[in-house]
Write a protein that binds this ligand. Structure first.
Ligand SMILES: *Cc1c(COP(=O)(O)O)cnc(C)c1O
Length: 451
C-alpha cells in the first residue's frame, strides 16, 4: 500500500514550496485554523468508523479549478456551455465506478450519501408511502426513516431490529414487520453494523411482499469494491453509497444499479411524463429533482479515488482494514469488553460499555482528551438517550490508511482500556496522550502540508 506521505503533492500554485501559501498570504485567520486541523489529523488517532484520509491526488483535485464550472445536466446534455472537459471527467468517473462495482448504471452526482438516499426515496415513493429500515439505535441511518429526518417526516416509516442475543439483523422481525406493514421500499445497510449485510435474505423478503430493495453500502463500499464484503448488485434493485468512508474518496454520494430496470411500476418522471427505464427516473430526481449544479471538482476527485480503488494495492489496504478491526475486537474481548454481535466482519466495532460503568458520552470525551477520536453510539436496546448512550463505535479505515497494522491495534486498545478503566483521571489521560502522540509521529500524515 502506498503511504500517503509518498504521494507527491505537486501543487503548482505554490511558488515557494510552501503549502497553502496563497491562503497564508491572503487570509491568515483561516490559514491558522487550517494548520490546526492539519496538526489535529496528524497528532490524533482517528477511530471514527466513517472517516478516512484521502490521497494527495484526491485532495489536489478536490481543490482544483473544476469548482468553477456550472454543469447542470449530464454529460452530453448540459444546461450550460463549456462543459466538454467536465463531461470527460464525469464519464471517466462513471466508467470507473461501473468497473469497480460491476454495475450497469451509476449516477456520481449526489453531493452526499443522504442526497443519494433522498433521490431514491423520491423516485420510488409518494409522500405517505411506507418504508422500512434498520432502527437507528440498532445501527441504521437517519435517512432510513428516522422521525427527525425527511425520510421519517415525509414517509410512513417502520423499523426492523437486531436480535438481542446475536446482535445481528433479526430476519424474523424483518419478515413479520414487512408482512404487517407492506412497505413499498425496504432499506438494508447501516452506519453502526459490524457484520456483513445479508442481501440475499432481504431479497427473499422483498419478493414475498413485492417491495423494492435498496442497499445502502455507505460504510462497507470500499470492502465491497475490494470483493471482501458480499456485493449487493445481484440482489438489490438500487444501491447507494458515500464515496468518503471505506472507499477513501472525496466527500460525496453515488447511486448504482447492477442492471437498469424497466419502469414497470408506472412511476411518472417529473418532466417528461412516463419513462421506460428507472435510470432515467433516478437521473431526473437527482437533477433537477433535488440538486442543481453538480460539484465537478468532487466528481473528478471521485474518478481519481475509483481508479485508486481499482489498483491491486487497494485490496491489500481493504484486507488490512478488516484484519485491524478484527485484531481490535479480539483485544477488547480479552479485556472483558462487550461487543455488539461479539465481533466484526468489517471495519466497524461497536462496544457496549454498560459493564464498565462508563457512558458513551464520557468515554468519548475522555478519549478525545487523550488524542483518540471515537464517537459515542447507541447500542441495540440502549436505555440511555442518543446524547449519552451506552456505547462507542470505533473503526479501522483511517488508521489503516496511515499504515498501522496489528501491533499498533493492540497498543491502541491498551490505550483505550487505560482511559476507560481510569475514567476522568487526568494523569492517566496525560500519560496516554503522550503515548498516542508518539505512535502518531511514527506514522506521519500529510507531512507535506505542515507549515
Ligand atoms: C454515512 C451514511 C450516510 C450519509 O452520508 P452523508 O454523506 O453523511 O450524507 C447514509 N447512509 C449510511 C448508512 C451512512 O453510514
Amino acid at each position: 500500500m502506498k503511504s500517503l506521505t509518498k504521494v507527491k503533492v505537486g501543487n503548482k500554485l505554490n511558488s515557494n514550496n510552501e503549502s497553502f501559501s496563497y491562503i497564508k498570504n491572503s487570509d491568515v485567520e483561516i490559514y491558522n485554523i487550517l494548520q490546526k486541523e492539519v496538526s489535529r489529523e496528524d497528532n490524533t488517532l482517528e477511530l471514527i468508523a466513517s472517516e478516512n484520509f484521502v490521497s494527495y491526488p484526491v485532495l489536489e483535485m478536490a481543490g482544483g479549478v473544476m469548482t468553477n464550472k456550472y454543469a447542470e445536466g449530464y454529460p452530453g446534455a448540459r444546461y450550460y456551455g463549456g462543459c466538454e472537459h467536465v463531461d470527460e471527467a464525469e464519464n471517466l468517473a462513471r466508467d470507473r465506478a461501473k468497473k469497480l462495482f460491476n454495475c450497469e448504471y451509476v449516477n456520481v452526482q449526489p453531493h452526499s450519501g443522504s442526497q443519494a438516499n433522498m433521490a431514491v426515496l423520491m423516485t420510488f415513493l409518494n409522500v405517505g408511502d411506507t418504508i422500512m429500515g434498520l432502527d437507528l439505535a440498532h445501527g441504521g441511518h437517519l435517512t432510513h426513516g428516522s422521525h427527525v429526518n425527511f425520510s421519517g417526516k415525509l414517509y410512513n416509516s417502520v423499523s426492523y431490529y437486531v436480535n438481542k442475543d446475536t446482535g445481528r439483523v433479526d430476519f424474523n422481525s424483518v419478515r413479520s414487520t414487512a408482512k404487517e406493514y407492506k412497505p413499498k421500499l425496504i432499506i438494508c445497510g447501516g452506519s453502526a453494523y459490524p457484520r456483513h449485510i445479508e442481501f440475499e435474505h432481504f431479497r427473499e423478503i422483498a419478493d414475498e411482499i413485492g417491495a423494492f430493495l435498496m442497499a445502502d453500502i455507505a460504510h462497507p463500499s470500499g470492502l465491497v469494491a475490494a470483493s471482501l464484503h458480499p456485493s449487493p448488485m445481484k440482489y438489490c434493485d438500487i444501491i447507494t453509497t458515500t464515496t468518503h468512508k471505506t472507499l477513501r474518496g472525496p466527500r460525496g454520494g453515488m447511486i448504482m444499479m447492477g442492471k437498469d430496470i424497466e419502469n414497470k411500476w408506472g412511476i411518472v418522471a417529473p418532466k417528461s411524463g412516463r419513462t421506460k427505464l428507472v435510470s432515467e427516473l433516478l437521473d431526473s430526481t437527482v437533477m433537477p429533482g433535488i440538486q442543481g449544479g453538480p460539484l465537478m471538482h468532487i466528481i473528478a476527485a471521485k474518478a481519481i479515488a475509483f481508479n485508486e480503488a481499482l489498483q491491486p494495492d487497494f485490496k491489500v489496504y481493504a484486507q488490512q482494514v478488516i484484519d485491524n478491526a478484527k485484531t481490535m475486537s479480539e483485544a477488547l474481548l480479552s479485556k472483558d469488553y462487550k461487543l455488539i454481535s461479539g465481533g466484526t466482519d468489517t471495519h466497524v466495532v461497536l462496544i457496549d460499555l454498560s459493564n464498565k460503568n462508563v457512558t458513551g458520552k464520557v468515554a468519548e470525551q475522555s478519549l478525545e482528551k487523550a488524542g483518540i477520536t471515537v464517537n459515542k453510539n447507541m447500542v441495540p436496546f440502549d436505555k440511555r438517550s442518543p446524547f449519552v448512550t451506552s456505547g462507542v463505535r470505533i473503526g479501522s479505515p483511517a488508521i489503516t490508511t496511515r499504515g498501522m497494522k496489528q501491533d499498533e491495534m493492540v497498543k491502541i486498545i491498551d490505550f483505550i482500556d487505560e482511559i476507560i478503566t481510569n475514567i476522568e483521571n487526568e494523569s492517566v489521560i496525560d500519560k496516554v496522550k503522550t503515548e498516542v502522540q508518539s505512535l502518531c509521529s511514527s506514522f506521519p500524515l500529510y507531512s507535506e502540508l505542515h507549515n
